[in-house]
Design a protein around this ligand. Sequence first.
Ligand SMILES: [Zn+2]
Ligand SMILES: [Zn+2]
Length: 167
Amino acid sequence: MKINILQAKKNIGSREKFKFVTSTEEIDLVGEGPWISNEIKVEGELTNNGRVLKINGVIHATAKHQCNYCLEDFITNMEIPFSEDYQEVSNEEIDDETDLAYYNGDEIDIADLVRESMILAEPLKVVCSKSCLGLCPHCGINLNVSECCCNDNVIDPRLAVLSKLLK
Ligand SMILES: [Zn+2]
Ligand SMILES: [Zn+2]
């Protein structure tokens, strides 16, 4: 996923758009995370602001998640923003204080940037919908699909043992 920066390097103030279609194979995310392989779209812009080459854009990816509440699988389209500033590697001392990335030559490969942005975008908690009712804690039925006859006054057997001990 290499961006040719030959022109952008020469022209301060230049802006160039780029677009890639990639896959989990290409960015080494096979079997890692919730991503569905086909057609990950990456689009963005390369800007020379005089100090650095700035790359920013959005990744359009599809993820298959399992709802934390009802345990059903569902598919979501995700838009993941990314951005990075690049400075040319020179013989000058590299300033470790800055969090700049470096480029060398006439192209910048954004595969690692895309990969890392996708890993960071993986949600810790996923719910299929705001109104998901989840599973009944007593009988385990999916309450989005059907109702059950349990009620909330049923005492968890483990708690029942505890309340006996406390008597
Ligand atoms: Zn759910
Ligand atoms: Zn139930």
